[in-house]
Ligand binder design. Structure first.
Ligand code: 8OZ
Length: 363
């Protein structure tokens, strides 16, 4: 019987424990959307996690949706991330990078030449985003043409290659939280015809194409994927009309790829794991279909996390808010110590305050 504190090998990556730092957008990148010393310090402080999933990182200039998020498409960005991965490795940790394309959750002021965001659809999301001018509604998107999709997939391949060049132990493909890949998956957003619209197989095609090229590029044992079948993510989009059928298919298709892990956001991202209005969803059925490590996330506390591992509900537990406020979360989980209080006003943007200045027990 395994516990939260036991080591585990996921694909090609050996972890000291089953406690994962979830990917967390913090909007503290420097000029050129580069990581920096402050980010290196922040991640190194949290390196006792079995695995760190670094914050969502845009795979191209068109993939950005918020101010000051980091990228992984330029040589400068690769060099900047190398300082982060070196710091985490020097502290004994493992770190993968989350590969992100926001799709329609963006604003023209953040995009090259003031372009419209791109998506599976031309329908605007009711979402808001954070720009240089403050919190604003996202822009109306343009539907990608089918002949633009190969270049998009190529952007994922380059990002994966860059992540390995930057010293990451692997990548996580962000297919959750109603960003681009989920804008293709859900029938309530994707209104295309052709090879990437209509049937479940067609709507899942972009995700599967991306996973094909990314696993071919860096090896499946260094690749994970994040999914969120039941999130409306702050009403940015409605759920699919049949999440069970959609994700039964997606996971059945992903299973033979040999991914290191699948990262499941249970329920409403940042909210309840059991949303009342959501359709029933059998996570266990999907889990049984996936041969790699099963990671769950969303509001787990100490008791629920320990039980989830012991009972086989999951192989790994990802903590978001817990790792923001509590750099030594692993020790506190072990000892049953209280976590620091989260400073919600310091989540997005700013400097060291509410970022690298949270105390450890040793302090
Ligand atoms: C919060 C703010 C901006 C982006 C996600 C990348 O939830 C995000 C994100 C979260 O996946």
């Amino acid at each position: 019987m395994s516990t939260l504190f036991d080591p585990i090998k996921i694909g090609d990556i050996e972890l000291a424990n089953r406690i994962v730092m979830a990917p967390l957008t913090r909007n503290r990148a420097s000029a050129g959307n580069c990581a920096n010393e402050l980010m290196a310090e922040y991640y190194a402080q949290r390196a006792t996690a079995g695995l760190i999933i670094a914050e969502a990182c845009q795979i191209s200039p068109m993939a950005q949706g918020y101010l000051d998020t980091p990228g992984i498409y330029s040589p400068e960005q690769v060099a900047a991330w190398k300082k982060v991965t070196d710091a985490v490795h020097a502290a004994g940790g493992k770190i993968v990078l989350q590969l992100w394309h926001v799709g329609r959750i963006s604003h023209s002021s953040l995009l090259p030449d003031g372009a419209a965001p791109v998506s599976s659809t031309a329908q605007q999301s009711p979402a808001m985003t954070y720009t240089a001018a403050g919190f604003v509604p996202v822009s109306a998107p343009r539907a990608l043409r089918d002949d633009e999709i190969p270049a998009l997939i190529e952007d994922y391949r380059r990002a994966a290659r860059n992540a390995i060049a930057a010293g990451f132990d692997g990548v996580e493909v962000h297919a959750a939280n109603t960003y681009l890949i989920e804008q293709f998956l859900r029938d309530t957003i994707n209104d295309r015809t052709g090879p990437y619209g209509g049937s479940i197989a067609n709507r899942a095609r972009l995700l599967l194409d991306v996973l094909q090229v990314v696993t071919a590029e860096i090896g499946a044992g260094r690749v994970g994927v994040r999914l969120s079948p039941l999130t409306t993510f702050g009403n940015t989009a409605p759920l699919d009309s049949n999440p069970q059928a959609l994700y039964d298919y997606v996971v059945e298709q992903i299973a033979p790829l040999g991914l290191a892990y699948l990262h499941m956001i249970e329920g409403e991202t940042g909210g309840t794991r059991h949303p009342e209005n959501a359709p029933p969803f059998d996570y266990a059925a999907v889990q049984r279909a996936f041969p790699g490590a099963w990671m769950v996330n969303n509001g787990y506390g100490r008791d629920a996390a320990k039980a989830a591992i012991v009972e086989g509900h999951a192989d790994l537990i990802a903590f978001g808010k817990g790792f923001i406020s509590t750099p030594d979360l692993v020790r506190r989980l072990r000892e049953g110590a209280l976590w620091n209080e989260l400073r919600v006003d310091k989540l997005y943007g700013g400097g060291a305050e509410g970022y690298t200045d949270y105390p450890t027990l040793a302090d």
